[in-house]
Design a protein around this ligand. Structure first.
Ligand code: GRF
Length: 215
């Protein structure tokens, strides 16, 4: 993998991801574009990540990630959170589907819902999120906008385990890039995404080594 000189990826020598046998069985939660979802697929297809995506759950019937899933024949389930009486009822249904699909770990790849302790406990240490900032800076929504507003000169992304407190679980891997003077929010969002795509599978692998008890 090629790294742009101005980008810093913690643990940059981790080019070859650990092998997993049997392959990791992943479930993905996504609400939007799905570029991270596609980055995972591309790592799988390039034989970089030993994983299978058993299921994609979306909560927005119009999100472009659905088309990406179709392209790779990945089963998609649409769950409308508005039809559930509580967040935890919604998460119970997610858990039921993920277990039915024999998913061993969940990746939140642009999932615009806060998850409850129900899901977190059912998949303890096996829910992974990607966030567009160097946590613990700029938690919550509009992280890229927050970095620009604060005149930060550097930002990046984090792959971390999910805990009940928002964007606060164990950090698995991070990457950083300089903010250019002329970066608009739109441009910076895309620049951050481009480094997210480089580390998402690393984060999944680092977490999986722990739950698979691999050294
Ligand atoms: C990413 O920036 C991710 O960090 C955030 O949501 C965005 C999802 O982008 N949680 P995409 O749908 O993967 O393109």
């Amino acid at each position: 993998m090629n790294y742009n000189q101005s980008e810093l990826i913690i643990n940059p020598n981790f080019h070859d991801l650990p092998r997993f046998k049997p392959k990791l069985k992943l479930g993905i939660l996504a609400s939007g574009e799905g570029t991270n979802f596609e980055a995972i697929i591309s790592d799988i297809n390039n034989n970089r990540l030993d994983a299978i995506i058993n299921c994609l759950i979306v909560n927005n019937i119009h999100c472009p990630v659905i088309e990406r899933a179709k392209k790779y024949s990945i089963p998609v389930v649409f769950l409308n959170h508005k039809e559930f009486e509580s967040r935890s009822q919604f998460d119970k249904e997610i858990t039921r589907i993920m277990k039915h699909k024999r998913v061993e770990a969940i990746v939140m790849a642009g999932w615009m819902r806060i998850v409850t302790k129900y899901l977190i406990n059912e998949y303890k240490g096996r829910i992974i999120n990607i966030h567009p900032s160097i946590l613990p800076s700029y938690k919550g929504i509009n992280a890229v906008q927050q970095a620009l507003k604060n005149n930060s000169t550097i930002t990046g992304c984090t792959v971390h385990l999910v805990e009940e407190e928002l964007d606060s679980g164990e950090i698995l891997v991070q990457a950083a890039l300089p903010i250019n003077d002329f970066d608009t929010e739109e441009v910076l969002v895309e620049r951050v995404k481009s480094i997210e795509h480089k580390i998402i599978s690393m984060g999944i692998s680092i977490a999986a080594k722990k739950w698979r008890n691999q050294d």
